[in-house]
Design a protein around this ligand. Structure first.
Ligand SMILES: NC(=O)c1ccc[n+]([C@@H]2O[C@H](COP(=O)([O-])OP(=O)(O)OC[C@H]3O[C@@H](n4cnc5c(N)ncnc54)[C@H](O)[C@@H]3O)[C@@H](O)[C@H]2O)c1
Length: 253
């Protein structure tokens, strides 16, 4: 039964694989037996991640629809079992009243459209094979509605709805679509968005830790474990769900 977490023989795409949660997920997928295409806009990070796990690298900005279709379509032509959409960018310090249109567009282009582009690039191959698992990355922000973080929160809520609509559309084709909503995980993205400099870093992390019944912030590996579960046959009866991995910070129905 434990073998259902195995990804032996599976071909997986992980976006944002160059750092943080994406890197941890690519590493765990490879450890579970998958051949992983490590996608990142940062060429060095993509190459380093791929070399560390014996996978392949693709340098790609997921907001570039044409490039995504080409590169991921090429990979998918040889078969693709798993797509983990983890690349993302954050907003902070904005108020809706004075929201900067260009900044909003950029967040949406990466977080929402980037996820959509990658899905559209692999779906034809998954539908033809009548199998596949897609894992999208959202955030506790979809529940918390954090003030001054509207672009990010709205983009992630849109990805959560994309997850559910797509699950309904392609369930009959044998494809499962789920999302992970992490709580706070200290990474380049989250610490930069928080604007927390070295001096107040400890106090900032302490506040997030105290917001969780489990009393700590997450690690990239904590989130990678959820991606592995949802990508694997252990979740073969699970689709259209948002799995909240946040130490209990939010507990919606
Ligand atoms: N860290 C957190 O607290 C947290 C919480 C909830 C959700 N998330 C989500 O998890 C995901 C990963 O975040 P992280 O904290 O590991 O960030 P990170 O900054 O550590 O890593 C993000 C990676 O994505 C890559 N990337 C960014 N934009 C890209 C693009 N347009 N095309 C291709 N690659 C791109 C970056 O180069 C980087 O390697 C994001 O979607 C983020 O919104 C993070």
């Amino acid at each position: 039964m434990i073998d259902r977490l195995s990804l032996a023989g599976r071909r997986a795409i992980v976006t944002g694989a160059g750092a943080g949660i994406g890197r941890a997920t690519a590493t765990l997928f490879a450890a579970a037996g998958a051949h992983v295409l490590c996608v990142d806009r940062d060429p060095d990070a993509a190459a380093e991640a791929a070399a560390a796990i014996g996978g392949a690298a693709a340098v790609l900005d997921v907001s570039d629809r044409i490039a995504v279709k080409q590169l991921l379509g090429d990979f998918a032509a040889d078969g693709v079992d798993i797509l983990a959409n983890i690349a993302g960018v954050a907003s902070s310090g904005e108020r809706i009243e004075t929201m900067d249109r260009a900044a909003f567009d950029r967040i949406f282009a990466v977080n929402f459209k980037g996820t959509l582009h990658c899905i559209q690039a692999v779906l034809p191959a998954m539908i033809a094979a009548r199998r596949g698992a897609i894992v999208n990355m959202v955030s506790s922000a979809i529940d918390l509605a954090i003030p001054t973080n509207a672009s990010y929160s709205i983009s992630k809520a849109a990805v959560a709805m994309l997850t559910k609509v797509l699950a309904n559309e392609v369930g009959p084709d044998g494809i499962r679509v789920n999302a992970v909503a992490p709580g706070f995980v200290p990474t380049a993205l989250s610490m930069e968005a928080a604007g927390a400099g070295a001096a107040d870093r400890a106090a900032y992390l302490d506040r997030w830790s105290k917001s969780a019944p489990l009393g700590r912030v997450g690690s990239p590996e904590d989130i990678a474990q959820q991606c592995l579960y949802l990508a694997s046959d252990a979740a073969r009866f699970v689709t259209g769900q948002v799995l909240r991995a946040n130490g209990g910070t939010t507990m919606p129905w």
